[in-house]
Design a protein around this ligand. Structure first.
Ligand SMILES: [Fe+2]
Ligand SMILES: [Fe+2]
Length: 304
């Protein structure tokens, strides 16, 4: 609020009242005072503005009787504004306190949620040591890609991080011998592996998480051209977070050692996502992934 401008306007409204003694001007003065209250000007400052307006009037006015009259009615007007201002300030403080409490409890909930996600993540990895660290590394790369794409931190990056950390929990339903089988999987074994996104979705959907974690996990093996599983979704039907996860998952998996093959290396992994850009993988996500490695020098913090 432009306080000096307001002071002049307020003084001339009071002056108009002295000249006309009209109720209209008095109402205007009261309304202007209320405006100050709503703008959050402290009651003490409002009193000062009011007193200064009266002082200016006293200096200018020749009609002492009228001036006395204004001074007499100005006290109740001021009292009303002060009471209103104090009530307003109390309400504002109360609102700020409640907001602070809400933010603190939201922070505690987020903390608990991350703790729970970590427990689930570690449980999967205890059972399947071959992919130990896989989810954490996919989370590292996914969040780097999401940031490179300029996605909002509070929603998308958090969602991508949470989703990546638990994306393979459905493998708990796959026999450990299949997960750690050194050779090529047969059709029925591969069919069992392919159930893991749905199993994870069934576990996560009842958790009432603040983000669509269950949906993004369900879609992490879907491909842009509809060649993925379990639903064969294509294009925009796949959540952007799931598209990020898909790229990061492939890059991490190819660059790491697996029971059935040695690590293929980062370059082979980046070649795979580049050649599938716009076909199997979202082109913006692939471009961001390449930039993360080639321009930002990304490296996984732990090795597979
Ligand atoms: Fe997976
Ligand atoms: Fe994975």
């Amino acid at each position: 609020m432009d306080t000096p401008g307001f002071k002049d306007a307020y003084a001339s409204v009071l002056e108009a009242f002295v000249e006309s003694q009209g109720e209209q001007s008095l109402m205007e003065a009261a309304e202007m005072g209320c405006e100050l209250v709503h703008a959050g000007v402290p009651p003490e400052d409002i009193a000062e503005i009011h007193e200064e307006a009266l002082r200016r009037l006293a200096e200018k006015s020749e009609d002492k009787t009228l001036l006395e009259f204004v001074q007499r009615i100005s006290a109740p007007l001021m009292e009303m504004l002060m009471a209103y201002g104090l009530a307003f300030r109390e309400r504002e403080e109360e609102r700020r306190r409640a907001q602070g409490q809400l933010e603190a409890s939201h922070g505690r909930l987020e903390h608990m949620l991350h703790g729970m996600i970590q427990v689930v993540e570690q449980m999967t990895e205890v059972r399947d040591p071959y992919t130990a660290g896989h989810q954490a590394r996919v989370a590292e790369l996914s969040t780097a890609i999401a940031r490179q794409m300029g996605l909002p931190e509070e929603t998308c990056v958090s969602l991508v991080d949470m989703t990546a950390r638990v994306h393979d929990i459905g493998k708990a339903a796959v026999p450990a011998e299949i997960l750690s089988k050194p050779g090529k999987l047969n059709d029925s074994e591969f069919a069992l592996i392919k159930t893991h996104p749905q199993v994870a979705y069934d576990i996560l959907k009842s958790a009432e998480l603040p983000y669509p974690v269950a949906e993004a996990v369900l879609q992490h093996h879907e491909r842009l051209d509809g060649s993925g599983y379990p639903q064969g979704l294509s294009g925009d039907d796949i959540l952007p977070e799931a598209q990020i996860l898909a790229v990061a998952d492939v890059v991490e998996a190819m660059s790491s050692h697996r029971p059935y093959r040695p690590a293929l290396g980062i370059e082979a992994a980046l070649d795979e996502v580049s050649s599938g850009s716009g076909i199997r993988y979202d082109p913006d996500t692939v471009a961001a992934c390449l930039a993360v490695f080639r321009q930002n020098g990304f490296a996984f913090s732990s090795s597979a």
